[in-house]
Design a protein around this ligand. Structure first.
Ligand SMILES: Cc1cc2nc3c(=O)[nH]c(=O)nc-3n(C[C@H](O)[C@H](O)[C@H](O)COP(=O)(O)OP(=O)(O)OC[C@H]3O[C@@H](n4cnc5c(N)ncnc54)[C@H](O)[C@@H]3O)c2cc1C
Length: 416
């Protein structure tokens, strides 16, 4: 079924009885040409592009819960391409281009909204760093505008400009940055993959990875054994656990990141605002809720909920920057399990086991990567070669000492 405004109109006229399920609910087959473990954003986009770009049809996505039950449905929906250094910058630039055509590509409204992202700065040194970053973004083909204090005040008059600890000196505006509806992205890719013949198998937890003579031959699941000579591990926060099934120890720690949403309000915040000094960022959803978050809960955990000290910290930072939000009621908070790498950058690579691939290390920024990650992981699984824009996301870079500088702050992040 193709979705369109006309279809919505005619279905409305006839009692909405003609809609069909967006994807099938198949039983697992005994064997597939490729298996993707994990039905999050990255797993679904990988399956979609394997089928769409590389012509594979006999593919299964195995998801232990329901599609979109992981971080793809838990994030704060920010989409941006504002990286400073090679490695991440070309990858996220590619992802942004895919975002810009995504709704047409999937025939699905993912509510992509390029409302502009503003990173605030609070000192002369930070202004210099953001000016350099903005120039690099422009060189990469993306967009950036350096705003002074009055430029920020014009766009965001409700911020506290009198804050003495972190006075606002200006901001770096990334006009093509913005948001998209997170679970719609999962649903859009799921529907697209299903239409290309991919079996999306929910409530199917992978419990073992079968390896014979250094080659992957299939997986064990709660719904039986399934054979395949190509398996992709795409399980975000659970990467270390699933990789351990193939005897691998990853350079990853799993940490919790929390987020919050208020009651629905009339439109008031029409950009995404990032307050790095206070570890706080905020935007407003199309339903009206103020969506905001801050830093990680800095302890390793697999619990999908966070602790009170970080709640307090985020609320303090929010009140410091946007005092008016103190009048809004927080409706919900939640947490997601982040797959944190030492350099804050992802891994899309082969493993030492023939036919076993891994896509992980998305840290707190993997939502915006969903299109490019699937594109590059599919390229790797289909051709055996890394895609150009993901060639630095190697698993062995930590051993080889070639780490990526995600923040653009030098090799020792803690010193900046
Ligand atoms: C609070 C919060 C805010 C965030 N904000 C942003 C943001 O604004 N912008 C941004 O770019 N990123 C953001 N992120 C990060 C982003 O959400 C993640 O990096 C990204 O969603 C991870 O990839 P995924 O969608 O594939 O993960 P997931 O949706 O977690 O998918 C992994 C799937 O694997 C499944 N799985 C695990 N183990 C198994 C198994 N053994 N067998 C079968 N299936 C298994 C899980 O059930 C899950 O569905 C945020 C994350 C959180 C938690």
């Amino acid at each position: 079924m193709r979705y369109s405004g006309f279809k919505v109109f005619t279905e409305g006229l006839f009692g909405n009885k003609g809609w069909t399920p967006a994807w099938r609910d198949p039983a697992p087959k005994a064997a597939y040409d490729a298996i993707i473990i994990g039905g999050g954003g990255h797993g679904l986009s990988t399956a979609y592009y394997l089928a769409k770009n590389h012509g594979l049809r006999n593919i299964a996505v195995l998801e232990k819960g329901y599609l979109g039950s992981g971080n793809i449905g838990r994030n704060t929906t920010i989409v941006r391409a504002n990286y400073f250094l090679p490695g991440n910058s070309e990858f996220y630039s590619h992802s942004m281009k895919l975002w810009e055509g995504l709704e047409g590509e999937l025939n699905y409204n993912v509510m992509h909204s390029q409302r502009g992202l503003i990173n605030l700065f609070h000192s002369d040194g930070q202004r210099d760093a953001f000016a350099r970053r903005g120039n690099m973004m422009i060189n990469q083909g993306d967009d950036a505008i350096l705003l002074d204090r009055e430029g920020v005040r014009d766009l965001l008059p409700y911020l506290d400009f009198e804050n003495t600890r972190f006075p606002i000196y200006g901001g770096l505006l990334h006009p093509r940055g913005g948001t998209a509806r997170h679970d719609a992205v999962a649903w859009g890719y799921a529907r697209g993959a299903d239409q290309l013949g991919v079996d999306l198998i929910q409530n199917c937890e992978v419990t073992g990875i079968d390896v014979e003579n250094g080659k992957v031959v299939g997986v064990q699941t709660t719904r039986g054994a399934i054979k395949s000579a190509k398996v992709g591990i795409v399980v975000a926060g659970r990467s270390s656990q699933v990789a351990a099934m193939a005897g691998m120890r990853l350079p990853i720690e799993s940490h919790i990141l929390q987020a919050f949403v208020t009651e629905g309000l009339k439109p008031v915040i029409d950009h995404v605002i990032s307050f790095g000094m206070g570890h706080f960022y905020i935007s407003q959803s199309d339903k009206g809720g103020l969506v905001f978050g801050g830093d990680l809960d800095f302890y390793a955990s697999y619990a999908s909920r966070g602790n009170l000290p970080m709640v307090e910290h985020v609320m303090e930072a929010g009140m410091t920057l946007v005092p008016m939000i103190g009048r809004a009621k927080v409706l919900r908070s939640w947490g997601g399990i982040m797959d944190m790498t030492p350099d804050g950058s992802p891994i899309i690579d082969k493993t030492a086991v023939d036919g076993l691939f891994i896509d992980c290390g998305w840290n707190y920024g993997g939502f915006k990567a969903v299109p490019a990650s699937g594109w590059c992981m599919a390229h790797l699984m289909a051709t055996g070669q890394s895609h150009d824009v993901a060639r630095r996301f190697r698993l062995d870079r930590f051993r080889a000492g070639q780490i990526l500088d995600e923040e653009g702050t030098g090799s020792q992040h803690n010193l900046h």
